[in-house]
Design a protein around this ligand. Sequence first.
Ligand code: NAP
Length: 310
Amino acid sequence: MTLNALYAGTQSRWSDYEPELNRAFAEAGLDVQLSCDFAPEVVDYIIYSPSSSVKDFTPFTRLKAVLNLAAGVETITGNKTLKVPLARLVDEGLTQGMVEWVTGHTLRHHLGMDAQIINPAHDWVAVCPPLSRSRTVTVLGLGTLGLACAEALAALGFNVAGWSRSPKQHETIKCYSGDEGLKQALAHGQICVLLLPSTPDTANTLNAETLALMPKGSFVINPGRGPLIDDAALLSALDTGQIAHATLDVFRIEPLPAEDPYWAHPQVTVTPHIASETRAETSAGVVAENIRRCEAGEELLHLVDRTAGY
Ligand code: NAP
């Protein structure tokens, strides 16, 4: 029997996704009709993105699963009308993109590149950057993306500390968990990368108290989600020099409003939520595999724990 998959992703990406999803369905041996316009009662699967106009799942009476095209699920996980399994996206293109973005911005701050890139007076100040082995980077969140970034930074020679909800052990990364662990992880890291999901528990993880635990002149890099940081506390820490610079990719309101103080702050770099994007060519196979699994009665990959919120 033909399955109906509703594409409820970003409409401007439909022309990218349609051929890639159809190719992936064929490769998985699935008979799937893909459309952005089905009557709700005939839909078996929803391929979803946070920008989707679908907010009420009640009319989707034969829905089997929602397959999210993003790693973050904060806009859908609490939806009470959703009664079927929800899978988030884990795909190698998304991970690779995040590793490249985080490594690039970490190296910018580690090497002090701005001193040469922004040098209108043509000053000749021959200060050599330190080696990575003398720098600790703290990665908050050791999931798919955080762990991949932590391992890439460790491979470059950085001392890497990581923090997660559950305790972990790793050969090259010093792992912390829990409230006390957060304090210890922050106390050592001169560069802090946030790759936590946005949940009620992670809101304002960086706040006045926790920012004060970091060594003076530290750097903050946030490709996670805007609510992870108390914005007023970060701006205040930037003004006092407690934080030397913040590179921010995600915000409570996106696009970041023109009047937001982050735009004007000389010690803030704003990037427009581009740290890593879901790419049709790498994510389509993950979506197809989850439909195959669901049809075969197997557990879906990357299921969201809706109680934990990620
Ligand atoms: P993930 O695999 O679910 O990992 C989440 C990590 O955060 C896990 O290590 C988890 O701990 C930890 N965590 C969750 N709640 C915590 C808490 N209360 N205290 C301490 N640690 C906690 O997620 P992911 O795939 O790595 O993605 C992380 C986030 O990146 C996404 O949620 C999304 O917001 C963001 N993202 C941004 C972009 C972008 O372009 N800017 C792109 C993709 C994703 P456990 O290991 O113990 O579960």
